[in-house]
Design a binder for this molecule. Sequence first.
Ligand code: NDP
Length: 452
Amino acid sequence: MTTRSETQTTLDHLLTEIEHRNPAQPEFHQAAHEVLETLAPVVAARPEYAEPGLIERLVEPERQVIFRVPWQDDQGRVRVNRGFRVEFNSALGPYKGGLRFHPSVNLGVIKFLGFEQIFKNALTGLGIGGGKGGSDFDPHGRSDAEVMRFCQSFMTELYRHIGEHTDVPAGDIGVGGREIGYLFGQYRRITNRWESGVLTGKGQGWGGSLIRPEATGYGNVLFAAAMLRERGEDLEGQTAVVSGSGNVAIYTIEKLTALGANAVTCSDSSGYVVDEKGIDLDLLKQIKEVERGRVDAYAERRGASARFVPGGRVWEVPADLALPSATQNELDENDAATLIRNGVKAVSEGANMPTTPEAVHLLQQAGVAFGPGKAANAGGVAVSALEMAQNHARTSWTAARVEEELADIMTSIHTTCHETAERYDAPGDYVTGANIAGFERVADAMLAQGVI
Ligand code: NDP
């Protein structure tokens, strides 16, 4: 039997190889490190996982598609963007994962997101594989007509790679209900099929699930509450800092408020708002979801309790809880040190990989409860899978039923991560628990299905 340290040496060699084989993809390297650096205990304990080729297959996407997306802006000028879909692993079910439209999108970013998605989807316990896609298109400042033409062009290539039994995209940064509507319309037009399970995050009334828009934020708050409960505390009366002001941030704030916590910040790429009375969600939703404006407008309209801090980061505001809900690597070592100095008790990731590895280490060393995104933000994809189930049965469930299922799934993910961490001598380490539990489920399915 190999020891943990021998196994770690093998995994370290593999990580070096991953960096050579995938040059200039720092986010993918970071995500691979984060997972492989925690797997030694399980690979050493279960010899079947050390089988040559298993982890090598896991880090290589099953399929990667890159395509041209030409479209015309409102002035008639032709623009060209790049589209991506990385179909990473389908051992547990059809590829499932969102589409991101943001200028920072490149192959490495999509691969990091797709890799994370494999383990996240496995943790939900539902039958979904891992994938991710998107484009370097920037929807900010674009008219509805421009966004529609872009989505139609994007789908004109993407449609041949997806399907309800093959690959089921959803939203992510820059892709919300409006974009999913345009994408679905073009898919339906090209294929002449009402295949509602091909995309999730659809509008209510044409196949969307109730609670899907809320699911990621609500789920993350439920995960944070479960971590606090382990320590004999609850959310009531806690002050929370939330970053971002998009889909995940808005419904994180909504659930925090409903459970008695005081969410005092939100942000976008221009800076952040701190509101000592707690964020007024009606105002934030009006500015962000209806007017598609910037967060400084919130401070202007809210009055004396709120102020806008241009270019600042929400982590400087003292709080009991921190819920990063914007983008990757938005909370670094300095931010973690500030949060710890201010007495933070828990950090729960609504965004994907928002906390740098150095910051995670610092938080864990300081005894802060840390919920990694692949566990804490899995509520979104879980309800997407419930949307697929409703589409398949041509039915729709009540909001209460979906919310109950979401709560059960988040409790079960928390328990799985917690118990797995204990089983592998890392009590309270949700990163190790999430990685190992997700890995075990995917690896078992891959081993059973042979070398493919
Ligand atoms: P949205 O597009 O709705 O909102 C994104 C928010 O983050 C905006 O406020 C945006 O500000 C801010 N943001 C994005 N990029 C940056 C950046 N580079 N610097 C500063 N701020 C930035 O996206 P979502 O809320 O859907 O997604 C947020 C995070 O949650 C992402 O990491 C996503 O992968 C993750 N996630 C989302 C799920 C979902 O169901 N939607 C599921 C699981 C995870 P601005 O408008 O100025 O760019």
